[in-house]
Design a protein around this ligand. Structure first.
Ligand code: F6P
Length: 341
């Protein structure tokens, strides 16, 4: 079988171990692999090259993706879609393994359900917001980077008797903010899943100060709803608002300082989350879902995604996985509240 592999959407640590996993297992079945460059863009433009054992052998510890990535959405215009379908045919691909989040896998799901393209999904996203899998690789590394940043901010917050606000990534779901806040002992966490309650946050920070604590830490998801002045925001090819310059942390810092009188500073993790060597968890999960994806191709289980369910990696429905986002459930929001003292 000739199998094309692509990685789409925002990169995250674990993609290279996943690519390696697909190739290593696929070689057991005699598959020939082709690396499609820069996500779905590579299939629109017909840019691919052979992917060999030697090319993937040493990438287990590397961040990013050796295949490159893009946020290209071939369903945005008919010409691109026809180019993808034509290129799959002319290149002779028997299967496409797509590594991505809801957008990239959403394209794989539609190509399968609407056009009969034999696709298999490998779930990735540092946001951890993909449904039908318990965790996605990329999240552990990205949240760990956030936790490290918060630990560092604690030192300087304590020295200067300040509030420090750390803004972390997470466009539609607050998994990163929640885990960073819980693991780093934040005094308050703001998430896209919950309306921002400035009064409650500031009252709590005042209470923290009154009981004698000399500093406080706030973790804010970039997707936290803050008042905007009606400005138009750019959207990507999948219609997602680009939040890069929204400055949630800066906004919260100014509100906190104004309402509590406590000196406050903010810092943004941003794309630093997405770089660097994957953690042990993300390397092994990436490898495992990659291996499973190759097995799904062997078994002709197309329209499936290799997902972590409990401690097992199984094939789950890719259409269901991309139909809705996995957001932080109320029980975990409650858990966070018990840690604010
Ligand atoms: O891939 C998810 C994500 O990291 C979001 O958390 C973030 O809002 C977005 O990507 C940033 O995208 P870009 O790299 O295109 O600026």
């Amino acid at each position: 079988m000739k199998v094309g592999i692509l990685t789409g959407g925002g990169d995250c640590p674990g993609l290279n171990p996943a690519i390696r996993g697909v190739v290593y297992r696929g070689l057991d079945f005699g598959f020939e692999f082709v690396g499609i460059q820069e996500g779905w863009r590579g299939l629109v433009k017909g840019v691919y090259e052979p992917l060999t054992l030697e090319m993937v052998e040493e990438i287990i510890y590397q961040g990013g993706t050796i295949l490159g990535s893009s946020r290209t959405n071939p369903f945005k215009n008919e010409d691109d879609l026809q180019a993808v379908l034509g290129n799959i045919k002319s290149a002779g691909f028997d299967a496409i393994v797509a590594c991505g989040g809801e957008d990239t896998l959403g394209v794989a799901a539609k190509l399968y359900s609407q056009h009969g393209v034999p696709t298999v999904g490998v779930p990735k996203t540092m946001d951890n917001d993909l449904n039908n899998t318990d965790f996605t690789f990329g999240f552990d590394t990205a949240a760990g980077v956030g936790m490290d940043a918060l630990d560092r901010l604690r030192d300087t917050a304590r020295s200067h008797r300040r509030v420090m606000v750390l803004e972390v990534m997470g466009r539609h779901a607050g998994w990163v903010a929640l885990y960073v806040g819980l693991a780093g002992g934040a005094d308050w966490i703001t998430l896209p899943e919950q309306p921002l309650d400035v009064e409650a946050m500031c009252a709590h920070l005042k209470a923290v100060r009154s009981r004698g604590k000399k500093y406080a830490l706030v973790v804010a998801s970039e997707g936290t709803e803050i008042p905007t002045e009606g400005e138009e925001r750019a959207v990507d090819a999948f219609g997602h608002v680009q939040l890069g310059d929204r400055n949630v942390g800066e906004y919260l810092a100014s509100v906190i300082e104004e309402k509590t009188g406590w000196e406050t500073r903010s810092a943004v993790v941003g794309h630093v989350h997405r770089g660097g060597s994957p953690t042990l968890f993300d390397r092994v999960l990436g490898l495992r879902v990659g291996v499973k994806a190759a097995e799904l191709v062997r078994d002709k289980e197309f329209g499936k995604m290799a997902a972590l369910k409990g401690t097992e990696v199984v094939g789950t429905d890719i259409v269901a996985a991309t139909a809705t986002l996995k957001t932080v459930p109320p029980a975990l929001l409650e858990l966070a509240k018990t840690t604010f003292k």
